[in-house]
Every structure is written in C-alpha cells, then in structure tokens.
Design a protein around this ligand. Sequence first.
Ligand code: ZN
Length: 350
Amino acid sequence: MNEMHAVVKMEPGTGAEYTTRPIPEVRDDEVLIKVLSTSICGSDLHLYNWDEWSEQRVQVPRIMGHEMAGEVVEVGKAVRSFKVGDYVSAETHIYCGYCYACRHGRTEVCMNLQIIGFDRDGAFAEYVSLPERVIWKNDPGIPREWASIQEPLGNAVDTVLAENPAGKTVLVTGCGPVGLLAIGVARATGATTIFATDINEYRLELALKMGANFILNPKKVNVVEYVLDATHGAGVELLLEMSGSVSALRDGLRLVTPGGAVSLLGLFPNREVSLDLNNDVILKGIRVHGITGRKIFSTWFKTSRLLASGKLDLDPVITHRFPMAEFEKGLQLMREGLCGKILLLPPSAA
Ligand code: ZN
C-alpha cells in the first residue's frame, strides 16, 4: 500500500500516462496532502505536448499538475503551522527566499523559482508532498472545486487589481479560463462596463455568464469601432490582455483611453511583437503591468476574501469533471477550446 495512482510524464515527446508511483516521502519541512480535486492548466497541455520550454526544463519521469485542493495527512518534523486534517491548496511557485527578487519581497518573480508539476512532482496524483511555505489553508466553507482553481483565480485577481477597477470600463481580450475568471473578478470589484472578446463562441457565452456586458467576436465585429461607439469615443480605462494574440493586443491598446492602464497576462507564442508604442502607449500616458504568478501570499488573502464575500460565482467557469484516469479527454477538450476550467478527480473523489 505504498503506491498511488498519478498522471506521469514518462519520457520526452508527446504524451503522459496514468500509472502508479510510490507515495512521496515527507521531508522535515513538508506536508503530505491527500488530493481531493485538481484542475488542468494550459501549461499542463504544453508539458503533455513537450514544447520547447518543457524540453529544456523538465526532467522525466515527472508527476504533472499543480492546481489543487486537498487534506493534510502527515506533517514533517519541522512543520509549524499545519496539522493533519487541514484543508489546503498550494501556491505553485516555490520561491527560494534568498535571491535579489525574494529579498525585495517579490517572491512571485524569484530568480530560482521551482514550479510544482514541472521542476518537482505535482498534484495529478492521490498524494503530493510540498514545502510548508507554499501551503495555503482554505476556509472550510469554500467548496473543494472552487478551492482547486484558486491558483488561476489568483492570476485573474492580480491582472484585474493591478489597478483599481471600481467604476471603470474594462476590456478583457481573451476568454480562456483565466480571462473568464478575470471577468468575474472585475465584476465583483466594481467595474461598471465589461467588454469581452474572443474568437471562440462557446467561451463568449461563458463570458456573459461571468458578468460581461458585451461579448464581441473579432471575426464578426470590428471591435475598435464597436467599443468606441458604445463608449461615445472614450474607449476603455483598463485593458486586461489574456489572449496572447497580437491583433487583440493592438486593438486593445488602441482602445485604452489616455491615462488608462493595461495588464498583460497572455503570453505571446512568437514572443516578439511590433506595436505603435508612440501613439498607443507613450503619448497616451498609459501604465503597463506585466502579470506573472500571484503575489505570495497577499493575492491569496484577496482571493479567499473574494470567494467568501459571495460576490464571485465560479460555477459557470467549471464546465467539465473527469476521473484522473481520463485526463486525456480533458486535454483534448482544451485543444478544441470547448471548455472553461476542467477538473480532474483522483480515484477516491471521482
Ligand atoms: Zn528567490
């Protein structure tokens, strides 16, 4: 009984396997968590596909997955703030605590970052052992399905709250899971009008459920003309760029009102992007925020308070649930874009 089921990247190249692995050993500073729910991130699909970044970074075999909720079943000798039975989730970014960024309180951009499910074994398993310093204690009132998507919700919280959205007009470009969560967060934190764009009609319908006022498909509508018309020429005060699409970024920047702001979360596949910086950023006095990870742990406090407030309903975003053994069904839906957030449930919870 020292074995558990897990989704494992076994070897270089496309693919992963649902197989058995030893239950992890618990080091002195770690807690062993019995996994109750997990969810799939876009980065898991990249690892499954074995993209260039995975090839350079990941050593196999590696248990995949990082978004999760679970229950503490064992604590290491040096663990001080958790006990058996605690209901927890985990920050994916294990920071070193000693580098220049960490010593400036910017642990989310630690220069020696270890990422759960990539640099060490992850959560698509029945058990995962993780350092105490990245464990987050959940309010027992938060459903486990919501708790397991708090990590991407934290990305959305930081994207929206890089500026104060209250009373403002917001454009969200890209309605993948984090874009959808950002719409919910913008709505809950007082944005007045929310425009959402995507080329995927399924996701635009979810955007409406999350609180968008206007959903626009750039393949069917001229987004710049539509938004300028709807805002009497003013444009939007906040652009939340979640798509990684160059045309969405260009249209979005054109629509930001002078003195407005932009949060960039979507990663651009070709990395280099040409923009009219003079007219679309500098001469309009626009503030630009790059968003990565979550502030550890101030974002988690904000996120859990938002969940407790009752102002944010995550149910519309969670569109599918699969037993962990059927993880490939989830990955296939993500490739097709016919989903919001997909949960993978371990055998005990499926
Ligand atoms: Zn560091």
